[in-house]
Ligand binder design. Structure first.
Ligand SMILES: NC(=O)c1ccc[n+]([C@@H]2O[C@H](COP(=O)([O-])OP(=O)(O)OC[C@H]3O[C@@H](n4cnc5c(N)ncnc54)[C@H](O)[C@@H]3O)[C@@H](O)[C@H]2O)c1
Length: 419
């Protein structure tokens, strides 16, 4: 769709052609609103692009018995690059609110299962948004292992006295192994969790690849002093994989550090950043929000799922910004930060350009990113950033105003450079 007001009448510049498709996954609530704005004013007027559209909005997931989510993930397998809007993971309240047939699984969980990927989160650094942690000068990227542990657990509410056991029965008819977990004297809870060597190994490899790609140090933390088999297994696999690439890491000056997870947390608060922090699934879930808020706002945190086959899904790390959506529905003005969603698009475009060998597409993405950062540094920003900007800004931009400002600058820049 072309928005005529964005172009000077005599502009003869033709949109840049994106060679291969990108899988677009639409989402929910306020992020769905900003998603459409971004697409209409920042993407479509500048690019000729084949978007394979999947509506992952919760109503459509419900209508399709959630088939649309696995269809979208399979499309990413086919085309290699996807861009995803934030989506609701229904809980009981959401089932009622949206009148859903059931509590559908987390779309991100489904996509991760199909692609078996690792999620990397990286904050966007803007000069006038100082991190809450004074020592942080460079981005801290977080690699979250996206398979298993408590996210694939079996849980049981123990009703009363009895024995909880851990039993493994070998498929080849070998000897069963059994261990007592606890002799319950009264009610309680138990949980069984697992991971697989294949998944842990591909996680370690993905983290090494990411550190090599970004030329940054790699940290890994676990609790192997307490969990001498489960957590220690992760450490052993990392040691082996890092060992196998030692010469390359040494040549690039990339250091690998293993720490106890509590030590890693303490060290990260004093570090200046510029590393990939590889985290087990739950640690990554929690620590990425801590790092995001430490760098200023969830609205400045980007996220990419990378599969071992080199398939990519880009998204903002934040959710659907429900509170703003309710205000929007009431007709009240909102000031929702669209930066991480814009960077989801630019991440996907830059990657598409690299995979297709079309540097013009990658350059467009990087230009748009630079314009977004420059706009904030010029003092135009949404409320979440205005509250923490230094120097202070008196007036914040509304959701649409911010995106329109970027659009105007992007068009001006394009016309000036005759790109
Ligand atoms: N990747 C995803 O698709 C994803 C991730 C997390 C949550 N969710 C879903 O999002 C919904 C809302 O969850 P939540 O409230 O816990 O998380 P959220 O990220 O939407 O909001 C958390 C807090 O951060 C603020 N915030 C987040 N992003 C912002 C932005 N761009 N601009 C301004 N403020 C922003 C919100 O106002 C809120 O106070 C839930 O239904 C959840 O399932 C989806």
């Amino acid at each position: 769709m072309l928005l005529p007001h964005l172009f000077s009448q005599e502009s003869t510049i033709v949109p840049i052609t994106v060679k291969n498709p990108i899988v677009e996954m639409d989402g929910d609530e306020m992020t769905r609103i900003i998603w459409k704005m971004i697409k209409d004013v920042l993407i479509l007027p500048h690019l000729t692009i084949d978007l394979k559209y999947y509506d992952l909005g919760v109503k459509h997931r419900d209508e399709t018995e959630d088939r649309v989510t696995s269809d979208a993930a399979n499309a990413v397998k086919q085309y290699g690059v996807g861009v995803k809007c934030a989506t609701i993971t229904p809980n009981a309240a959401r089932v009622k609110e949206y009148n859903l047939k059931q509590q559908w699984k987390s779309p991100n969980g489904t996509i991760r299962s199909v692609l078996d990927g690792t999620v990397f989160r990286k904050p966007i650094i803007v000069k006038n948004i100082p991190p809450a942690v004074r020592s942080w000068k460079k981005p801290i990227s977080i690699g979250r292992h996206a398979y298993g542990d408590i996210y694939r657990s079996v849980e049981y509410k123990v009703p009363g006295p009895g024995t909880a056991e851990l039993v493994f029965t070998p498929a080849n008819g070998g000897e069963r192994a059994s261990f007592t977990v606890h002799e319950f004297k009264g009610p309680g809870v138990i949980m069984g969790i697992h991971n697989t060597e294949k998944s842990v190994r591909s996680f370690a490899r993905a983290c090494i690849n990411y550190a090599v790609g970004e030329k940054i140090d790699l940290w890994f933390g676990a609790k192997d002093t307490i969990s001498k088999i489960y957590h220690a297994f992760f450490k052993e696999v990392f040691d082996q994989e890092v060992g196998a690439r030692k010469a390359e890491l040494d040549r690039l000056g990339i250091r690998y550090r293993y720490m106890l997870i509590d030590d890693a947390v303490a060290q990260i608060m004093k570090a200046e950043g510029g590393m990939l922090w590889a985290c087990m699934n739950y640690d990554g879930d929690v620590m990425s929000d801590m790092v995001a808020s430490g760098f200023g706002s969830l609205g400045l945190m980007t996220s990419v799922l990378v599969s071992p086959e080199g398939k990519y899904v880009y998204e903002a790390a934040h959710g659907t910004v429900m509170r703003h959506y309710y205000e929007h529905l009431k007709g009240n003005p909102t000031s929702t930060n669209s930066v991480a969603s814009i960077f989801a698009w630019t991440g996907a475009l830059a990657r598409r350009g690299e995979l297709d060998g079309t540097p013009g597409v990658t350059a467009f993405a990087r230009r748009l990113e630079a314009i977004v950062v420059r706009t904030i540094e010029d003092g135009v920003m949404t409320k979440d950033l205005a509250a923490i900007a230094e120097p202070k800004v008196d007036k914040h931009a509304l959701t649409r105003e911010f995106i329109d400002e970027i659009a105007a600058r992007l068009t001006r820049d394009r016309d000036e450079k005759k790109i």
